[in-house]
Design a protein around this ligand. Structure first.
Ligand SMILES: [Zn+2]
Length: 244
């Protein structure tokens, strides 16, 4: 697929999924973010995106040298992303000096947003993907209300309990997410610590619950990452109804 076709498809997916997140109520204000790995890319001949700035990363990502990611802009509202994904996204290219990244914006983009504050957890997950040769290259984070509510309940705040509960609600949970979900204890967001903890506790899982915060899911495309959230949210909502 040509670069422009690939990028157009991603923008179309971003628009649809951003709209779903907004309609679900999982993306209040500027909540939610995404990244799509494009692999090693040479942007020197590209005419869609223009380099606008460089950014110092919090740590070095040698495995990602030369790779590009289509990511959400900091402060972008998902309801706005849905309307105009090119205006609220950027292309991040990890430099050969792997603690730096080049920021590119679509040639139609006026506001030139910076990278999302959750960038490090996204990049850590992409490193995992490469190291484990996994097919997933899209990361999606949202404030999934049903899951936030579920993790307020003291008695189920363990990974074992939450997986038992989700599997007991509906038989198809195990069909869609046979490996279960990871539960990451509450931590301050946007830090390297939460990125490292998420990797440590995810252990090959695609669906991670951040206690009292939401979910971060890792899949081959954004729609499939949204599916994981939707499946977990459905089980959580039924449990909450039963115990209201
Ligand atoms: Zn968040």
């Amino acid at each position: 697929m040509y670069f422009q076709q690939e990028i157009d498809k991603h923008f179309s997916d971003i628009s649809r999924v951003a709209q779903y997140l907004w309609e679900k109520g999982w993306a209040e204000a500027s909540a939610g973010n995404f990244s799509i790995g494009l692999g090693r890319t040479d942007l020197s001949q590209n005419y869609l995106f223009t380099e606008t700035s460089t950014v110092d990363l919090k740590t070095s990502y040698p495995a990602l040298a030369g790779h590009s990611f289509l990511i959400s802009g900091s402060g972008s509202r998902m309801r706005d992303v849905a309307q105009d994904p090119k205006e609220h996204s950027l292309l991040l290219h990890i430099a050969e000096d792997t603690q730096k990244a080049h920021c590119y914006h679509h040639h139609t983009c006026q506001s030139k947003p910076k990278a999302s504050s959750e960038l490090d957890v996204h990049l850590h997950l992409h490193v995992c993907n490469l190291e484990q040769n996994r097919p997933e290259n899209c990361v999606l984070h949202a404030h999934v209300s049903e899951v936030i509510a579920l993790t307020q309940l003291e008695e189920i705040r363990s990974e074992e309990n939450i997986n038992k509960l989700l599997a007991a609600i509906h038989p198809e949970f195990r069909l869609f997410i046979p490996e279960g979900v990871a539960l990451i204890p509450y931590m301050e967001s946007g830090t390297l610590d939460i990125a490292k903890k998420t990797i440590e506790l995810s252990r090959g899982k695609r669906s991670m619950i951040w206690e009292k915060h939401g979910m971060i899911c890792f899949e081959k495309d954004l729609n499939s990452a949204f599916d994981l959230m939707d499946i977990v949210a459905k089980q959580a909502a039924i449990y909450l109804k039963l115990h209201a």
